[in-house]
Design a binder for this molecule. Structure first.
Ligand code: NAD
Ligand code: MG
Length: 297
Protein backbone atom coordinates (compact mmCIF):
# COMPACT_ATOMS: atom_id res chain seq x y z
CA UNK A 1 0.00 0.00 0.00
CA UNK A 2 1.57 3.30 -1.09
CA UNK A 3 0.98 6.47 0.88
CA UNK A 4 1.99 10.02 -0.04
CA UNK A 5 5.50 10.54 -1.48
CA UNK A 6 5.62 6.86 -2.44
CA UNK A 7 6.10 5.84 1.22
CA UNK A 8 5.00 2.36 2.22
CA UNK A 9 3.22 1.12 5.32
CA UNK A 10 5.74 -1.53 6.52
CA UNK A 11 3.00 -3.64 8.05
CA UNK A 12 1.53 -4.39 4.64
CA UNK A 13 4.59 -3.97 2.45
CA UNK A 14 5.20 -7.73 2.16
CA UNK A 15 3.15 -10.95 2.42
CA UNK A 16 1.57 -11.91 5.75
CA UNK A 17 0.33 -15.28 6.99
CA UNK A 18 -1.52 -17.54 6.54
CA UNK A 19 0.94 -19.20 4.16
CA UNK A 20 0.29 -22.51 2.39
CA UNK A 21 1.85 -25.70 3.75
CA UNK A 22 4.95 -26.37 1.68
CA UNK A 23 7.25 -29.01 3.13
CA UNK A 24 10.45 -29.64 1.22
CA UNK A 25 13.66 -31.49 2.10
CA UNK A 26 16.65 -29.63 3.57
CA UNK A 27 18.40 -27.63 2.28
CA UNK A 28 15.36 -25.95 0.79
CA UNK A 29 15.16 -24.34 -2.62
CA UNK A 30 13.88 -20.81 -3.25
CA UNK A 31 11.78 -21.75 -6.30
CA UNK A 32 9.63 -24.15 -4.25
CA UNK A 33 8.49 -21.44 -1.85
CA UNK A 34 5.02 -19.91 -1.97
CA UNK A 35 5.14 -16.94 -2.03
CA UNK A 36 8.66 -16.73 -3.52
CA UNK A 37 10.81 -14.62 -1.16
CA UNK A 38 12.00 -11.15 -2.13
CA UNK A 39 15.82 -11.10 -2.03
CA UNK A 40 16.02 -7.73 -3.76
CA UNK A 41 16.17 -9.19 -7.28
CA UNK A 42 14.11 -6.30 -8.62
CA UNK A 43 13.72 -4.19 -5.47
CA UNK A 44 17.25 -3.46 -4.16
CA UNK A 45 18.89 -0.35 -5.58
CA UNK A 46 22.60 0.24 -4.95
CA UNK A 47 24.52 3.49 -4.65
CA UNK A 48 28.19 2.53 -5.00
CA UNK A 49 28.82 2.02 -1.29
CA UNK A 50 31.07 -1.03 -1.79
CA UNK A 51 32.74 -0.05 -5.04
CA UNK A 52 35.62 -2.43 -5.87
CA UNK A 53 35.26 -4.52 -2.67
CA UNK A 54 35.64 -8.30 -2.71
CA UNK A 55 33.10 -10.27 -0.70
CA UNK A 56 32.54 -13.89 0.30
CA UNK A 57 29.06 -14.88 1.51
CA UNK A 58 28.39 -18.39 2.84
CA UNK A 59 24.84 -19.56 2.20
CA UNK A 60 24.76 -16.93 -0.56
CA UNK A 61 22.51 -19.03 -2.79
CA UNK A 62 19.27 -18.28 -0.96
CA UNK A 63 17.58 -16.36 1.82
CA UNK A 64 19.46 -13.73 3.80
CA UNK A 65 22.80 -14.61 2.17
CA UNK A 66 21.33 -14.22 -1.31
CA UNK A 67 19.91 -10.81 -0.35
CA UNK A 68 23.33 -9.74 0.96
CA UNK A 69 25.08 -11.05 -2.18
CA UNK A 70 22.71 -9.21 -4.53
CA UNK A 71 22.97 -6.00 -2.51
CA UNK A 72 26.78 -6.19 -2.36
CA UNK A 73 26.96 -6.59 -6.16
CA UNK A 74 24.55 -3.67 -6.67
CA UNK A 75 26.80 -1.61 -4.36
CA UNK A 76 29.78 -2.37 -6.60
CA UNK A 77 31.40 -5.45 -5.02
CA UNK A 78 32.64 -8.67 -6.62
CA UNK A 79 31.00 -11.56 -4.78
CA UNK A 80 31.78 -15.24 -4.15
CA UNK A 81 29.01 -17.42 -2.75
CA UNK A 82 29.41 -20.74 -0.91
CA UNK A 83 26.53 -23.25 -0.77
CA UNK A 84 25.71 -26.97 -0.88
CA UNK A 85 25.93 -28.80 -4.24
CA UNK A 86 22.16 -29.59 -4.04
CA UNK A 87 21.52 -25.85 -4.24
CA UNK A 88 23.19 -25.36 -7.63
CA UNK A 89 19.97 -24.05 -9.24
CA UNK A 90 19.59 -21.31 -6.61
CA UNK A 91 23.29 -20.46 -6.82
CA UNK A 92 23.14 -20.12 -10.60
CA UNK A 93 20.37 -17.51 -10.30
CA UNK A 94 22.45 -15.47 -7.84
CA UNK A 95 25.61 -15.67 -9.97
CA UNK A 96 23.60 -14.45 -12.98
CA UNK A 97 22.35 -11.46 -10.97
CA UNK A 98 25.90 -10.60 -9.82
CA UNK A 99 27.23 -10.84 -13.40
CA UNK A 100 24.35 -8.66 -14.60
CA UNK A 101 25.81 -5.86 -12.45
CA UNK A 102 29.11 -6.17 -14.33
CA UNK A 103 30.72 -7.71 -11.22
CA UNK A 104 32.66 -10.91 -10.77
CA UNK A 105 30.56 -13.78 -9.39
CA UNK A 106 32.23 -16.91 -8.03
CA UNK A 107 30.36 -20.16 -7.22
CA UNK A 108 31.77 -22.35 -4.42
CA UNK A 109 29.71 -25.54 -3.91
CA UNK A 110 30.72 -27.79 -0.99
CA UNK A 111 29.90 -28.89 2.54
CA UNK A 112 31.23 -26.57 5.24
CA UNK A 113 31.07 -29.35 7.85
CA UNK A 114 34.40 -30.35 6.33
CA UNK A 115 37.35 -28.41 7.73
CA UNK A 116 39.47 -28.91 4.62
CA UNK A 117 36.71 -27.52 2.41
CA UNK A 118 36.36 -24.44 4.64
CA UNK A 119 40.01 -23.62 4.03
CA UNK A 120 39.76 -24.41 0.33
CA UNK A 121 36.69 -22.29 -0.22
CA UNK A 122 38.36 -19.26 1.35
CA UNK A 123 41.51 -19.80 -0.75
CA UNK A 124 39.43 -20.23 -3.91
CA UNK A 125 37.46 -17.05 -3.20
CA UNK A 126 40.65 -15.07 -2.58
CA UNK A 127 42.26 -16.39 -5.77
CA UNK A 128 39.20 -15.81 -7.95
CA UNK A 129 38.40 -12.35 -6.55
CA UNK A 130 42.00 -11.21 -6.12
CA UNK A 131 41.60 -10.63 -2.36
CA UNK A 132 38.99 -10.50 0.39
CA UNK A 133 37.51 -7.40 2.06
CA UNK A 134 34.10 -8.58 3.29
CA UNK A 135 33.42 -11.98 4.88
CA UNK A 136 29.83 -12.92 5.67
CA UNK A 137 29.57 -16.19 7.60
CA UNK A 138 25.87 -16.81 7.24
CA UNK A 139 25.27 -20.48 6.32
CA UNK A 140 23.22 -22.30 8.92
CA UNK A 141 21.37 -25.49 9.82
CA UNK A 142 18.02 -25.38 11.63
CA UNK A 143 16.00 -28.56 12.14
CA UNK A 144 13.35 -28.52 14.83
CA UNK A 145 13.07 -31.41 17.33
CA UNK A 146 10.15 -31.45 19.76
CA UNK A 147 12.03 -32.95 22.72
CA UNK A 148 15.51 -33.64 23.99
CA UNK A 149 14.92 -37.37 23.34
CA UNK A 150 14.22 -36.59 19.68
CA UNK A 151 17.48 -34.66 19.34
CA UNK A 152 20.08 -37.25 18.30
CA UNK A 153 23.82 -36.93 18.72
CA UNK A 154 24.04 -36.85 14.93
CA UNK A 155 21.62 -33.89 14.80
CA UNK A 156 23.51 -32.09 17.51
CA UNK A 157 26.82 -32.71 15.77
CA UNK A 158 25.54 -31.54 12.37
CA UNK A 159 24.19 -28.31 13.83
CA UNK A 160 27.39 -27.62 15.77
CA UNK A 161 29.57 -28.35 12.74
CA UNK A 162 27.54 -26.20 10.35
CA UNK A 163 26.86 -23.24 12.60
CA UNK A 164 29.90 -23.09 14.90
CA UNK A 165 32.85 -25.21 13.73
CA UNK A 166 32.53 -23.84 10.18
CA UNK A 167 32.51 -20.29 11.58
CA UNK A 168 35.77 -21.07 13.38
CA UNK A 169 37.32 -22.79 10.35
CA UNK A 170 36.27 -20.14 7.83
CA UNK A 171 37.32 -17.14 9.91
CA UNK A 172 40.61 -18.88 10.75
CA UNK A 173 41.29 -19.37 7.04
CA UNK A 174 40.17 -15.86 6.05
CA UNK A 175 41.68 -13.62 8.72
CA UNK A 176 45.25 -13.71 7.30
CA UNK A 177 43.87 -12.17 4.08
CA UNK A 178 41.93 -9.33 5.74
CA UNK A 179 43.53 -5.88 5.57
CA UNK A 180 42.65 -2.78 7.62
CA UNK A 181 39.15 -1.62 6.63
CA UNK A 182 37.91 -5.17 6.03
CA UNK A 183 34.70 -6.38 7.68
CA UNK A 184 33.47 -9.71 9.06
CA UNK A 185 29.74 -10.20 9.52
CA UNK A 186 28.08 -13.22 11.12
CA UNK A 187 24.42 -14.20 11.18
CA UNK A 188 23.10 -15.18 14.59
CA UNK A 189 19.39 -15.03 15.48
CA UNK A 190 16.87 -13.80 18.00
CA UNK A 191 17.16 -17.44 19.11
CA UNK A 192 20.42 -16.49 20.86
CA UNK A 193 18.34 -14.37 23.26
CA UNK A 194 14.88 -15.99 23.21
CA UNK A 195 15.44 -19.67 22.50
CA UNK A 196 12.51 -21.81 21.36
CA UNK A 197 12.09 -25.13 23.13
CA UNK A 198 12.13 -26.99 19.81
CA UNK A 199 15.41 -25.39 18.64
CA UNK A 200 17.64 -26.35 21.53
CA UNK A 201 20.77 -27.15 19.49
CA UNK A 202 20.23 -24.33 17.00
CA UNK A 203 19.64 -21.67 19.67
CA UNK A 204 22.78 -22.83 21.46
CA UNK A 205 24.86 -22.29 18.32
CA UNK A 206 23.32 -18.86 17.75
CA UNK A 207 24.31 -17.74 21.28
CA UNK A 208 27.75 -19.15 20.48
CA UNK A 209 27.97 -17.11 17.28
CA UNK A 210 27.29 -13.92 19.26
CA UNK A 211 30.02 -14.70 21.81
CA UNK A 212 32.49 -15.86 19.16
CA UNK A 213 32.01 -12.76 17.01
CA UNK A 214 32.31 -10.37 19.96
CA UNK A 215 35.56 -12.04 21.06
CA UNK A 216 36.85 -12.09 17.47
CA UNK A 217 36.02 -8.39 17.09
CA UNK A 218 38.37 -7.60 19.98
CA UNK A 219 41.21 -9.48 18.28
CA UNK A 220 40.58 -8.16 14.78
CA UNK A 221 40.26 -4.47 15.59
CA UNK A 222 43.95 -4.63 16.50
CA UNK A 223 44.49 -5.19 12.77
CA UNK A 224 41.95 -2.51 11.80
CA UNK A 225 39.35 -5.14 10.87
CA UNK A 226 35.79 -4.97 12.27
CA UNK A 227 33.45 -7.88 13.11
CA UNK A 228 29.74 -7.63 13.87
CA UNK A 229 26.65 -9.80 14.19
CA UNK A 230 23.21 -9.57 12.61
CA UNK A 231 20.44 -11.18 14.68
CA UNK A 232 17.31 -11.64 12.57
CA UNK A 233 13.83 -12.51 13.76
CA UNK A 234 11.48 -14.45 11.47
CA UNK A 235 12.59 -14.21 7.82
CA UNK A 236 10.77 -15.86 4.92
CA UNK A 237 13.45 -18.25 3.66
CA UNK A 238 13.81 -21.87 2.55
CA UNK A 239 15.28 -22.72 5.95
CA UNK A 240 11.84 -22.70 7.58
CA UNK A 241 9.68 -25.01 5.38
CA UNK A 242 12.61 -27.46 4.97
CA UNK A 243 12.45 -28.66 8.58
CA UNK A 244 13.26 -25.42 10.39
CA UNK A 245 9.75 -25.28 11.84
CA UNK A 246 6.78 -27.64 12.07
CA UNK A 247 4.49 -27.10 9.06
CA UNK A 248 1.72 -25.60 11.20
CA UNK A 249 4.19 -22.94 12.34
CA UNK A 250 5.25 -22.23 8.75
CA UNK A 251 1.59 -21.50 7.99
CA UNK A 252 1.55 -18.70 10.55
CA UNK A 253 5.22 -17.69 10.27
CA UNK A 254 5.89 -14.15 11.49
CA UNK A 255 2.35 -13.66 12.77
CA UNK A 256 3.43 -12.59 16.25
CA UNK A 257 5.98 -9.98 15.11
CA UNK A 258 4.85 -6.37 15.55
CA UNK A 259 4.24 -6.32 11.80
CA UNK A 260 2.02 -9.42 11.74
CA UNK A 261 4.30 -10.85 9.07
CA UNK A 262 7.85 -12.22 8.61
CA UNK A 263 10.67 -10.14 7.14
CA UNK A 264 11.61 -10.70 3.53
CA UNK A 265 15.36 -11.35 3.02
CA UNK A 266 15.77 -8.00 1.23
CA UNK A 267 14.79 -6.22 4.45
CA UNK A 268 18.00 -7.55 6.05
CA UNK A 269 20.28 -6.48 3.19
CA UNK A 270 20.76 -2.82 4.22
CA UNK A 271 22.21 -3.90 7.58
CA UNK A 272 24.78 -6.18 5.91
CA UNK A 273 25.67 -3.36 3.50
CA UNK A 274 26.10 -0.89 6.36
CA UNK A 275 28.28 -3.25 8.41
CA UNK A 276 30.40 -4.05 5.32
CA UNK A 277 30.87 -0.42 4.35
CA UNK A 278 33.31 2.22 5.50
CA UNK A 279 30.36 4.15 6.95
CA UNK A 280 30.41 1.61 9.80
CA UNK A 281 33.91 2.74 10.78
CA UNK A 282 33.04 2.99 14.52
CA UNK A 283 30.88 -0.12 14.68
CA UNK A 284 32.63 -3.22 16.08
CA UNK A 285 31.59 -6.18 18.23
CA UNK A 286 27.95 -5.10 17.98
CA UNK A 287 24.80 -7.13 17.48
CA UNK A 288 22.22 -5.67 15.12
CA UNK A 289 18.73 -6.99 15.76
CA UNK A 290 16.25 -7.09 12.88
CA UNK A 291 13.62 -8.93 14.83
CA UNK A 292 10.34 -7.27 13.95
CA UNK A 293 9.91 -5.76 17.39
CA UNK A 294 10.75 -8.53 19.88
CA UNK A 295 14.26 -7.16 20.42
CA UNK A 296 17.48 -8.78 21.54
CA UNK A 297 17.75 -7.27 25.02
P1 NAD B 1 18.67 -20.43 3.76
O1 NAD B 1 18.32 -21.86 3.84
O2 NAD B 1 18.26 -19.69 2.55
O3 NAD B 1 20.24 -20.23 3.95
C1 NAD B 1 21.02 -21.10 4.71
C2 NAD B 1 22.14 -21.58 3.81
O4 NAD B 1 23.09 -22.29 4.60
C3 NAD B 1 21.72 -22.55 2.74
O5 NAD B 1 21.30 -21.88 1.57
C4 NAD B 1 22.98 -23.36 2.50
O6 NAD B 1 23.66 -22.89 1.36
C5 NAD B 1 23.83 -23.08 3.71
N1 NAD B 1 24.25 -24.32 4.36
C6 NAD B 1 23.57 -25.05 5.27
N2 NAD B 1 24.27 -26.15 5.59
C7 NAD B 1 25.41 -26.11 4.86
C8 NAD B 1 26.54 -26.97 4.75
N3 NAD B 1 26.65 -28.07 5.50
N4 NAD B 1 27.52 -26.62 3.87
C9 NAD B 1 27.43 -25.49 3.13
N5 NAD B 1 26.39 -24.64 3.21
C10 NAD B 1 25.39 -24.95 4.07
O7 NAD B 1 18.05 -19.75 5.06
P2 NAD B 1 18.30 -18.32 5.77
O8 NAD B 1 17.16 -18.16 6.68
O9 NAD B 1 18.62 -17.27 4.80
O10 NAD B 1 19.58 -18.62 6.66
C11 NAD B 1 20.72 -17.79 6.69
C12 NAD B 1 21.15 -17.57 8.12
O11 NAD B 1 20.14 -16.80 8.77
C13 NAD B 1 21.31 -18.84 8.92
O12 NAD B 1 22.48 -18.75 9.71
C14 NAD B 1 20.09 -18.85 9.81
O13 NAD B 1 20.32 -19.54 11.00
C15 NAD B 1 19.90 -17.36 10.04
N6 NAD B 1 18.58 -16.95 10.52
C16 NAD B 1 17.47 -17.18 9.78
C17 NAD B 1 16.24 -16.78 10.29
C18 NAD B 1 14.96 -17.02 9.53
O14 NAD B 1 13.88 -16.82 10.08
N7 NAD B 1 15.00 -17.43 8.27
C19 NAD B 1 16.14 -16.11 11.52
C20 NAD B 1 17.32 -15.87 12.23
C21 NAD B 1 18.53 -16.30 11.72
MG1 MG C 1 19.91 -22.34 0.08
Amino acid sequence: METRSGMQDPRVQYPAPPFPRQPQPAPGLVGKMVPVPDHGESSYRGSGRLEGRKALVTGGDSGIGRAAAIAFAREGADVAIAYLPEEEADARDVIALILAEGRRGVALPGDIRDETWCHELVDMAVTALGGLDILVVNAGRQQFRETLEDLSSEDFDRTMKTNLYALYWITRAAVPYLAPGASVITTASIQAYRPSEILLDYATTKAGIVAYTKALAKQLIKKGVRANVVAPGPVWTALQPSGGQPEEKVEEFGKDSDFGRPAQPVELAPVYVLLASEEASFINGEVYGVTGGKGIG
